[in-house]
Design a protein around this ligand. Structure first.
Ligand code: ADP
Ligand code: AMP
Length: 213
């Protein structure tokens, strides 16, 4: 099963993708997580990506596509995967389609987690991420057991630089101009499904499970 998660930054793609990955036993592939791991490890890729991420802009397609195709070519992706944060532009979606066509494969579901912009700004301000393992929390909706400390690994929880309000607005603008057109792209492919992302996260997940079966 190959799944693409669509939706604005902060819509809950990562939250749902992790639950899907666990339920269906397929890897959760997040280009944002790959870039953040590279930033943490001080790689050249991390340095290049950081310059764009800090401004709320997209990392160039060529670089992002290369990273993603390398990742999905790995053994654990043989039986499928859930993509979170990729594709984010039409050229990325087209390149992925071309590569899958070549392998005689295709995306089975593109799930759009629909959340209006007003809710997004609140969500991102409350998101906290573990600097060590990347686990995600929300100060109101998914608080850690101990404030500022990751339940999973004991790491420090921080507000991501790109979740600061001045960057969030730019990320939303980028989403509307560059990523939202993917809704039409996947509608034309016949695989688009929309879920109401303003519901409680368990209800969003139930809606997704009833689509995936
Ligand atoms: P994305 O991967 O789309 O950027 P996340 O999954 O990281 O979004 O979610 C953004 C923030 O909103 C996180 O702090 C997360 O805990 C919280 N969140 C996710 N889904 C919901 C929901 N259905 N209701 C309330 N808060 C949510
Ligand atoms: P995310 O964790 O998905 O919110 O991504 C964080 C940031 O990483 C984005 O704001 C972009 O700067 C960059 N990024 C992640 N995925 C992509 C992608 N598919 N294309 C371009 N940039 C990306």
């Amino acid at each position: 099963m190959k799944i693409v998660m669509l939706g604005a930054p902060g819509a809950g793609k990562g939250t749902q993708a992790k639950m899907i990955a666990e339920r269906y036993g397929i890897p959760h592939v997040s280009t944002g997580d790959i870039f953040r791991a590279n930033i943490k490890n001080g790689t050249d890729l991390g340095r290049e990506a950081k310059a764009y991420m800090d401004k709320g802009e997209l990392v160039p397609d060529e670089l992002t596509v290369r990273i993603l195709l390398d990742r999905v070519a790995q053994d654990d992706c043989k039986n499928g995967y859930v993509l979170d944060g990729f594709p984010r532009t039409i050229p990325q979606a087209e390149t992925l389609k071309k590569e899958l066509d070549r392998l005689g494969e295709s995306i089975d579901f593109a799930i759009d987690v629909d959340v209006p912009d007003e809710n997004i700004v609140k969500r991102m301000g409350g998101r906290r991420a573990c600097v060590t393992c990347g686990a995600t929390y929300h100060i109101e909706h998914v608080p850690p057991k101990k404030e500022g400390i990751c339940d999973v690994c004991g790491g420090e929880l921080i507000l991501r630089d790109d979740d600061k309000p001045e960057t969030v607005q730019n990320r939303l603008n980028v989403y509307h101009t560059q990523t939202q057109p993917l809704i039409d792209f996947y509608t034309a492919e016949g695989v688009l499904k929309t879920v109401d992302g303003t519901q409680d996260m368990k209800d969003v997940f139930n809606a997704i499970v009833s689509i995936l079966g």
